[in-house]
Design a protein around this ligand. Sequence first.
Ligand code: SF4
Length: 344
Amino acid sequence: MHIDKFEDAIMNCRFCFMCRHLSPIGNVRFTEVDTPRVRAAMIYGLRTGTNSFDDEDFVAALYRQDLSACCRHHCVNHFDENGLALAVRADVVEAGKAPDAVKRLAAKFSRSSAWKVEGKGDLAWFLDESTASDKSAVAAAKKLFAAAKVSPKVITGGSIGKALKVLGYLPEAKAAAEKFAAFLREEGVKTLVVSNPAAVNALKQDYPGFGVKLPCEVKSLAGFVAQAKLKFAKSAGEVYALADDFIRNYQGCKCHENLLAQLKATCRPFGTNDEESYNCGEGAVVLDRLHPQLVKSLAEYVAARADDPKKDRLVVGSVYAKRALVKYGKLNAVTIEELTASCL
Ligand code: SF4
């Protein structure tokens, strides 16, 4: 089973309470089943015969997880509870026990792996569907490319495999990854700038894990802009920068901090600690489609921690997080690219 690679997490997390406060879903449902300890204990039960994928409540809990990777990131021993969560989903799928809503979503993503290109050159911008749905984020990205005096060709289109991997459909995710890598090779892309942190993570970590080689260097848009050392006409002022799930907890990347420093942003502490994820399930990529009510609860939890919900400017890494915080939390959230473009 895929979970066998995560022996340390199964054996240690099942007895540990240390990171339960970093479980966003547990924090809004007030349920221990939504913490790493109880999930690991339930997974251990697969070995002892006291649990099975026939238990629909167990499988539902596995697909409720936010996958922010906060617990792994802050675990003193770095036990990979997040990797375990992804692995057990793959085992659920292989056992043919995925919930119907998950099956339908996976089938949709499997069909959507096709892309279009506009423009010329070997520098490309991957404008994924989530980012493309936000006009303001798209306009900000275009303004930043113009300020950097580059004119990338633009790649748009569907699944590059991230959602499929997160849902546990590994062969399908790998097939999408191979197809996208071949597409980039055919297009002669040497540098790919990517807006969506989930897509950055797919390209930088999932693809090597699948053994899929890319023909190009991958940069997050924030990282690309930070390296471009643009001149800014004004500073960003006071903001609450919320750490991105993929950029901080998966990639361990400092590009957002670098950019905020260039913008001379005054970053104020948000909530009661800087360890939690406030991204409303960004790491789970499609939580808003599977469990919109939960995402609403997550956004309301964030709103309850804002000093002045209408005025405080929250800066996030993804359109996913922005959309949830604005729609459900009624918060003043912008992406880091929008903040950067506003300072030009
Ligand atoms: S990830 Fe670390 S802190 Fe969290 S339950 Fe596992 S061992 Fe404990």
